[in-house]
Design a protein around this ligand. Structure first.
Ligand SMILES: [Zn+2]
Ligand SMILES: [Zn+2]
Length: 250
């Protein structure tokens, strides 16, 4: 059985957010493409992608029956009660996995355990799962303080992979997060929407553009909702969330 410690301790070198010159990045990409890959979960050698087929099949894929807006799994119907009652500012969320083991452990290992190479596998899976119907991709911004603490923006690194796979421009500096809000996971549910209010600034002219916001995890949707409000104010015609994993209610 896979353990979180295994994921963290097999950490690989940092090479991402403060971008190396393009030439160096291209060299790294070439070297990686020539090396046989091993499964990021069980370590099986010579696999075609980031995970071997049995590990891939065992991942907690989000069920097909889900809310067309927020991606919450549904027993019946197409839009959940919450989205019907109070439609969010974003149009739709596309999520690949439920935020459950081992995806939760992978994402924690990626964010806090130095497994930055996981951005590639997670980004590729996300790119394969979404409709790719966007004119531009915006990574979920991270406040400056948090960025300094972590050394990289986890959403940005995944967004970079998605943008390259999907051939969609990545707007790296269109939006900023001005307020370093407490980690959403640590907040009581009702506090989250309140804390995130007015946290983002967008300088870009997004008139008529279909924007996809890439993030690692969607919890309540409060953060995406607030960013969508700001993106729409900047002219965005639509805002979709493309996320690796979605937290499910207990
Ligand atoms: Zn495997
Ligand atoms: Zn919903």
């Amino acid at each position: 059985m896979l353990r979180f410690e295994t994921l963290v301790s097999s950490g690989q070198g940092r090479n991402l957010s403060n971008p190396a010159p393009g030439f160096l990045n291209n060299c790294l990409r070439l070297v990686r493409s020539l090396l046989p890959q091993s499964c990021q979960l069980c370590g099986a050698e010579d696999v075609a992608g980031p995970f071997c087929a049995p590990c891939l099949a065992d991942l907690p894929w989000l069920p097909r029956n889900r809310c067309a807006v927020c991606a919450l799994p549904l027993a019946s119907g197409s839009v959940c009660g919450a989205c019907l009652e109070q439609p969010p500012r974003f149009d739709r969320v596309e999520a690949v996995f439920a935020y459950r083991f081992p995806v939760d452990a992978l994402i924690l290992a990626y964010k806090y355990g130095g497994r930055l190479a996981l951005a590639r596998g997670l980004g590729e899976l996300l790119a394969q799962s979404v409709a790719r119907d966007a004119d531009a991709i915006v990574p979920m911004p991270l406040a400056r303080g948090r960025l300094a603490q972590r050394g990289f923006n986890q959403a940005h690194e995944i967004a970079r992979v998605v943008a390259a796979c999907a051939g969609i421009p990545l707007l790296t500096s269109a939006c900023r997060k001005m307020v370093d809000t407490p980690p959403q996971a640590a907040q009581p549910w009702k506090e989250r929407a309140k804390n995130i209010r007015r946290a983002f600034v967008c300088d870009a002219d997004l008139k008529g553009k279909r924007i996809a916001v890439v993030d690692d995890v969607l919890t309540t949707g409060a953060t995406l909702n607030e960013l969508a409000r700001v993106l729409r104010k900047a002219g965005a015609a639509s805002v979709h969330g493309w996320v690796v994993a979605r937290t499910l209610p207990r």
